[in-house]
Design a protein around this ligand. Structure first.
Ligand code: C2E
Ligand code: MG
Ligand code: MG
Ligand code: MG
Length: 292
Protein backbone atom coordinates (compact mmCIF):
# COMPACT_ATOMS: atom_id res chain seq x y z
CA UNK A 1 0.00 0.00 0.00
CA UNK A 2 2.74 2.43 0.97
CA UNK A 3 4.69 1.36 -2.07
CA UNK A 4 1.67 1.84 -4.24
CA UNK A 5 1.17 5.33 -2.87
CA UNK A 6 4.83 6.09 -3.32
CA UNK A 7 4.53 4.97 -6.90
CA UNK A 8 1.55 7.20 -7.43
CA UNK A 9 3.31 10.07 -5.78
CA UNK A 10 6.33 9.53 -7.96
CA UNK A 11 4.16 9.53 -11.03
CA UNK A 12 2.31 12.59 -9.77
CA UNK A 13 5.51 14.51 -9.22
CA UNK A 14 7.04 13.62 -12.55
CA UNK A 15 3.86 14.68 -14.33
CA UNK A 16 3.81 17.94 -12.41
CA UNK A 17 7.49 18.46 -13.11
CA UNK A 18 7.03 17.70 -16.78
CA UNK A 19 4.18 20.19 -16.95
CA UNK A 20 6.27 22.74 -15.12
CA UNK A 21 9.15 22.25 -17.54
CA UNK A 22 6.76 22.54 -20.47
CA UNK A 23 5.34 25.72 -19.03
CA UNK A 24 8.82 27.17 -18.64
CA UNK A 25 9.86 26.34 -22.18
CA UNK A 26 6.58 27.73 -23.52
CA UNK A 27 6.94 30.89 -21.48
CA UNK A 28 10.51 31.37 -22.60
CA UNK A 29 9.51 31.04 -26.25
CA UNK A 30 6.55 33.36 -25.75
CA UNK A 31 8.68 35.99 -24.04
CA UNK A 32 11.38 35.87 -26.66
CA UNK A 33 8.74 36.42 -29.33
CA UNK A 34 7.10 39.16 -27.27
CA UNK A 35 10.40 41.05 -27.06
CA UNK A 36 10.80 40.83 -30.84
CA UNK A 37 7.21 41.95 -31.36
CA UNK A 38 7.59 44.78 -28.86
CA UNK A 39 4.74 43.57 -26.68
CA UNK A 40 6.34 44.79 -23.46
CA UNK A 41 5.46 48.28 -22.31
CA UNK A 42 6.55 50.43 -19.42
CA UNK A 43 4.11 52.06 -17.04
CA UNK A 44 5.35 54.78 -14.72
CA UNK A 45 4.33 55.50 -11.13
CA UNK A 46 5.23 58.84 -9.51
CA UNK A 47 7.38 59.05 -6.38
CA UNK A 48 6.42 62.14 -4.43
CA UNK A 49 8.20 64.37 -1.93
CA UNK A 50 5.79 64.40 1.02
CA UNK A 51 6.65 67.85 2.34
CA UNK A 52 6.20 69.72 -0.94
CA UNK A 53 3.86 67.37 -2.81
CA UNK A 54 6.20 67.48 -5.80
CA UNK A 55 6.75 64.52 -8.08
CA UNK A 56 10.49 63.82 -7.93
CA UNK A 57 10.77 60.53 -9.78
CA UNK A 58 8.95 57.92 -11.82
CA UNK A 59 9.32 54.19 -11.23
CA UNK A 60 9.26 52.14 -14.43
CA UNK A 61 7.04 49.07 -14.08
CA UNK A 62 6.92 46.61 -16.95
CA UNK A 63 3.72 45.12 -18.37
CA UNK A 64 3.14 42.61 -21.11
CA UNK A 65 0.59 43.75 -23.68
CA UNK A 66 -0.37 40.23 -24.71
CA UNK A 67 -2.39 39.88 -27.95
CA UNK A 68 -4.86 37.47 -26.32
CA UNK A 69 -4.44 37.89 -22.57
CA UNK A 70 -4.44 41.69 -22.56
CA UNK A 71 -2.28 43.63 -20.10
CA UNK A 72 -0.34 41.10 -18.02
CA UNK A 73 1.11 42.21 -14.66
CA UNK A 74 4.80 41.52 -13.90
CA UNK A 75 3.92 39.21 -11.01
CA UNK A 76 2.78 36.73 -13.65
CA UNK A 77 5.94 36.66 -15.75
CA UNK A 78 8.92 38.17 -13.87
CA UNK A 79 9.46 35.09 -11.64
CA UNK A 80 9.53 32.81 -14.69
CA UNK A 81 11.67 35.29 -16.57
CA UNK A 82 14.14 35.07 -13.70
CA UNK A 83 14.14 31.27 -13.77
CA UNK A 84 14.63 31.03 -17.52
CA UNK A 85 17.11 33.89 -17.81
CA UNK A 86 14.75 35.87 -20.06
CA UNK A 87 14.97 38.61 -17.41
CA UNK A 88 18.38 39.47 -18.89
CA UNK A 89 17.21 40.66 -22.34
CA UNK A 90 13.97 41.98 -20.80
CA UNK A 91 15.81 43.84 -18.05
CA UNK A 92 18.20 45.33 -20.61
CA UNK A 93 15.23 46.52 -22.64
CA UNK A 94 13.57 48.04 -19.55
CA UNK A 95 16.73 49.88 -18.53
CA UNK A 96 17.38 51.31 -21.96
CA UNK A 97 13.74 52.27 -22.59
CA UNK A 98 13.36 53.95 -19.20
CA UNK A 99 16.58 55.95 -19.69
CA UNK A 100 15.55 57.07 -23.18
CA UNK A 101 12.14 58.07 -21.89
CA UNK A 102 13.60 60.07 -19.02
CA UNK A 103 15.97 61.95 -21.34
CA UNK A 104 12.91 62.95 -23.36
CA UNK A 105 10.99 64.16 -20.28
CA UNK A 106 14.03 66.06 -19.04
CA UNK A 107 14.45 67.75 -22.43
CA UNK A 108 10.77 68.70 -22.36
CA UNK A 109 11.51 70.96 -19.39
CA UNK A 110 11.87 68.71 -16.36
CA UNK A 111 15.60 68.31 -15.81
CA UNK A 112 15.09 67.48 -12.12
CA UNK A 113 13.03 64.36 -12.81
CA UNK A 114 14.54 60.96 -11.97
CA UNK A 115 13.61 57.45 -13.05
CA UNK A 116 13.71 54.34 -10.87
CA UNK A 117 14.33 51.00 -12.58
CA UNK A 118 13.87 47.60 -10.93
CA UNK A 119 16.84 45.25 -11.19
CA UNK A 120 16.53 41.54 -10.52
CA UNK A 121 18.98 39.33 -8.67
CA UNK A 122 19.77 37.55 -11.91
CA UNK A 123 20.83 40.80 -13.59
CA UNK A 124 23.02 41.77 -10.65
CA UNK A 125 24.77 38.42 -10.81
CA UNK A 126 25.74 38.98 -14.46
CA UNK A 127 29.39 39.76 -15.11
CA UNK A 128 28.52 42.55 -17.55
CA UNK A 129 25.82 44.27 -15.56
CA UNK A 130 27.77 47.36 -14.47
CA UNK A 131 29.26 47.74 -17.96
CA UNK A 132 25.75 47.50 -19.45
CA UNK A 133 24.52 50.29 -17.18
CA UNK A 134 27.53 52.42 -18.13
CA UNK A 135 26.87 51.80 -21.83
CA UNK A 136 23.19 52.77 -21.56
CA UNK A 137 24.15 55.98 -19.72
CA UNK A 138 26.69 56.82 -22.41
CA UNK A 139 24.36 55.99 -25.30
CA UNK A 140 21.37 57.88 -23.97
CA UNK A 141 23.37 60.78 -22.54
CA UNK A 142 21.40 60.54 -19.31
CA UNK A 143 22.79 62.34 -16.26
CA UNK A 144 23.77 59.35 -14.05
CA UNK A 145 22.48 60.94 -10.83
CA UNK A 146 18.96 60.94 -12.28
CA UNK A 147 18.93 57.16 -12.67
CA UNK A 148 17.98 55.17 -9.60
CA UNK A 149 18.32 51.40 -9.53
CA UNK A 150 16.00 49.51 -7.19
CA UNK A 151 17.63 46.35 -5.89
CA UNK A 152 15.41 44.12 -3.78
CA UNK A 153 16.67 43.32 -0.33
CA UNK A 154 16.43 39.60 -1.07
CA UNK A 155 18.45 39.98 -4.29
CA UNK A 156 21.17 41.78 -2.41
CA UNK A 157 21.16 39.18 0.37
CA UNK A 158 21.43 36.37 -2.19
CA UNK A 159 25.18 36.86 -2.40
CA UNK A 160 26.07 39.70 -0.06
CA UNK A 161 29.76 40.02 -0.86
CA UNK A 162 29.15 40.10 -4.61
CA UNK A 163 26.28 42.57 -4.19
CA UNK A 164 28.42 44.92 -2.10
CA UNK A 165 31.04 44.95 -4.88
CA UNK A 166 28.44 45.61 -7.59
CA UNK A 167 26.86 48.41 -5.55
CA UNK A 168 30.24 50.11 -5.14
CA UNK A 169 30.90 49.92 -8.88
CA UNK A 170 27.44 51.29 -9.65
CA UNK A 171 28.01 54.16 -7.24
CA UNK A 172 31.22 54.98 -9.13
CA UNK A 173 29.07 55.50 -12.23
CA UNK A 174 27.14 58.11 -10.27
CA UNK A 175 23.76 56.40 -10.22
CA UNK A 176 21.52 56.30 -7.14
CA UNK A 177 20.74 53.00 -5.43
CA UNK A 178 17.64 51.99 -3.50
CA UNK A 179 16.87 48.88 -1.50
CA UNK A 180 13.38 47.82 -2.62
CA UNK A 181 10.93 45.91 -0.42
CA UNK A 182 13.02 46.85 2.60
CA UNK A 183 12.13 44.93 5.74
CA UNK A 184 11.30 41.68 4.00
CA UNK A 185 14.73 40.37 3.09
CA UNK A 186 16.49 39.71 6.39
CA UNK A 187 19.47 41.99 5.89
CA UNK A 188 21.39 42.54 9.08
CA UNK A 189 22.30 46.01 10.21
CA UNK A 190 25.95 45.08 9.86
CA UNK A 191 25.37 44.47 6.16
CA UNK A 192 23.29 47.57 5.68
CA UNK A 193 26.21 49.66 6.86
CA UNK A 194 28.30 48.28 4.00
CA UNK A 195 25.66 48.76 1.30
CA UNK A 196 26.43 51.77 -0.85
CA UNK A 197 22.76 52.73 -1.02
CA UNK A 198 21.01 56.09 -1.00
CA UNK A 199 17.42 55.10 -0.36
CA UNK A 200 15.46 52.59 1.71
CA UNK A 201 12.09 51.70 0.22
CA UNK A 202 9.70 50.45 2.89
CA UNK A 203 7.77 47.44 1.64
CA UNK A 204 4.06 47.92 1.13
CA UNK A 205 3.33 44.94 3.38
CA UNK A 206 4.18 47.16 6.37
CA UNK A 207 2.32 50.18 5.01
CA UNK A 208 -0.98 48.39 4.37
CA UNK A 209 -2.12 48.13 8.01
CA UNK A 210 0.08 50.89 9.32
CA UNK A 211 -2.75 52.79 10.98
CA UNK A 212 -4.41 49.77 12.61
CA UNK A 213 -1.57 47.37 13.43
CA UNK A 214 0.81 48.68 16.13
CA UNK A 215 3.49 46.21 15.03
CA UNK A 216 3.49 47.56 11.48
CA UNK A 217 3.51 51.11 12.84
CA UNK A 218 6.54 50.22 14.99
CA UNK A 219 8.37 48.64 12.05
CA UNK A 220 7.74 51.61 9.79
CA UNK A 221 8.80 54.23 12.36
CA UNK A 222 11.90 52.17 13.13
CA UNK A 223 12.89 52.01 9.46
CA UNK A 224 12.33 55.76 9.10
CA UNK A 225 14.56 56.39 12.14
CA UNK A 226 17.16 53.95 10.87
CA UNK A 227 17.28 55.73 7.52
CA UNK A 228 17.63 59.11 9.21
CA UNK A 229 20.46 57.88 11.42
CA UNK A 230 22.30 56.31 8.49
CA UNK A 231 21.75 59.46 6.42
CA UNK A 232 19.63 57.65 3.86
CA UNK A 233 16.47 58.78 2.15
CA UNK A 234 13.33 56.81 2.87
CA UNK A 235 10.26 56.19 0.74
CA UNK A 236 7.10 54.23 1.52
CA UNK A 237 5.45 52.22 -1.23
CA UNK A 238 1.82 51.12 -1.41
CA UNK A 239 0.35 54.26 0.19
CA UNK A 240 -3.37 54.09 -0.51
CA UNK A 241 -5.04 56.34 2.06
CA UNK A 242 -4.78 59.81 3.55
CA UNK A 243 -4.46 58.23 7.01
CA UNK A 244 -1.37 56.30 5.91
CA UNK A 245 0.08 59.43 4.34
CA UNK A 246 -0.59 61.50 7.46
CA UNK A 247 1.11 58.91 9.64
CA UNK A 248 4.15 58.86 7.35
CA UNK A 249 4.33 62.66 7.24
CA UNK A 250 4.11 62.90 11.05
CA UNK A 251 6.85 60.33 11.48
CA UNK A 252 9.28 62.00 9.11
CA UNK A 253 9.10 59.81 6.02
CA UNK A 254 10.35 62.00 3.18
CA UNK A 255 8.79 60.36 0.14
CA UNK A 256 5.79 58.27 -0.84
CA UNK A 257 4.48 56.24 -3.73
CA UNK A 258 1.10 54.61 -4.06
CA UNK A 259 -2.43 54.61 -5.40
CA UNK A 260 -3.35 57.49 -3.07
CA UNK A 261 -1.34 59.78 -5.31
CA UNK A 262 -1.37 57.86 -8.58
CA UNK A 263 -1.48 54.37 -10.01
CA UNK A 264 1.19 53.41 -12.52
CA UNK A 265 0.21 55.04 -15.85
CA UNK A 266 1.37 54.65 -19.46
CA UNK A 267 4.19 56.95 -20.59
CA UNK A 268 1.78 58.91 -22.77
CA UNK A 269 -0.22 59.96 -19.68
CA UNK A 270 2.80 61.20 -17.75
CA UNK A 271 2.90 64.72 -19.14
CA UNK A 272 -0.66 65.27 -17.93
CA UNK A 273 0.24 63.91 -14.49
CA UNK A 274 3.26 66.22 -14.29
CA UNK A 275 1.30 69.24 -15.57
CA UNK A 276 -1.43 68.67 -12.97
CA UNK A 277 1.19 68.29 -10.24
CA UNK A 278 2.81 71.59 -11.23
CA UNK A 279 -0.57 73.33 -11.40
CA UNK A 280 -1.39 72.04 -7.90
CA UNK A 281 1.90 73.31 -6.54
CA UNK A 282 1.49 76.67 -8.27
CA UNK A 283 -1.98 76.97 -6.71
CA UNK A 284 -0.33 76.49 -3.33
CA UNK A 285 -1.83 73.08 -2.73
CA UNK A 286 0.43 70.42 -1.28
CA UNK A 287 -0.53 66.84 -1.70
CA UNK A 288 -4.29 67.28 -1.58
CA UNK A 289 -5.41 65.82 -4.85
CA UNK A 290 -3.94 62.77 -6.48
CA UNK A 291 -3.75 61.92 -10.14
CA UNK A 292 -5.72 58.73 -9.84
P1 C2E B 1 7.90 46.70 -6.76
O1 C2E B 1 9.11 47.17 -7.48
O2 C2E B 1 7.97 46.62 -5.28
O3 C2E B 1 6.74 47.67 -7.26
C1 C2E B 1 5.62 48.01 -6.48
C2 C2E B 1 4.38 47.29 -6.95
O4 C2E B 1 3.29 47.74 -6.13
C3 C2E B 1 3.94 47.56 -8.37
O5 C2E B 1 3.26 46.41 -8.85
C4 C2E B 1 2.95 48.70 -8.20
O6 C2E B 1 2.03 48.81 -9.27
C5 C2E B 1 2.26 48.27 -6.94
N1 C2E B 1 1.68 49.39 -6.23
C6 C2E B 1 2.02 50.71 -6.30
N2 C2E B 1 1.28 51.44 -5.49
C7 C2E B 1 0.42 50.60 -4.87
C8 C2E B 1 -0.62 50.78 -3.89
O7 C2E B 1 -0.92 51.87 -3.43
N3 C2E B 1 -1.27 49.65 -3.49
C9 C2E B 1 -0.97 48.42 -3.97
N4 C2E B 1 -1.66 47.39 -3.51
N5 C2E B 1 0.00 48.22 -4.88
C10 C2E B 1 0.68 49.30 -5.33
P2 C2E B 1 3.55 45.80 -10.28
O8 C2E B 1 3.69 46.89 -11.28
O9 C2E B 1 2.53 44.74 -10.51
O10 C2E B 1 4.98 45.15 -10.09
C11 C2E B 1 5.18 44.10 -9.19
C12 C2E B 1 6.63 43.78 -9.03
O11 C2E B 1 7.16 43.28 -10.26
C13 C2E B 1 7.50 44.98 -8.68
O12 C2E B 1 7.44 45.25 -7.29
C14 C2E B 1 8.86 44.47 -9.10
O13 C2E B 1 9.41 43.65 -8.11
C15 C2E B 1 8.52 43.62 -10.30
N6 C2E B 1 8.81 44.39 -11.52
C16 C2E B 1 8.03 45.29 -12.18
N7 C2E B 1 8.68 45.78 -13.26
C17 C2E B 1 9.91 45.20 -13.25
C18 C2E B 1 11.07 45.31 -14.11
O14 C2E B 1 11.12 46.07 -15.09
N8 C2E B 1 12.15 44.52 -13.79
C19 C2E B 1 12.14 43.71 -12.69
N9 C2E B 1 13.25 42.96 -12.44
N10 C2E B 1 11.09 43.59 -11.88
C20 C2E B 1 9.99 44.33 -12.15
MG1 MG C 1 10.41 48.69 -7.24
MG1 MG D 1 8.89 47.55 -3.80
MG1 MG E 1 7.06 45.43 -3.26
Amino acid sequence: RAKEMGGNNYQFYTTAMRERLGERVQMETAMRRALERREFVLYYQPQVDIASGRIVAMEALVRWQHPEMGMVAPGRFIPLAEETGMILPLGAWVLESACRQLVEWQREGRPYLRVAVNVSARQMAEQDFVADVARVLAETGLEPATLELELTESAVMNDVEHAIGVMLELKKLGVKLAIDDFGTGYSSLAHLKRFAVDVLKIDQAFVRDLTIDPDDAAIVTTIIALAANLNLQVISEGVETLDQLSFLREHGCSQMQGYYFSRPVPATAINTVLDENEAQLAAGNGMTVGAG
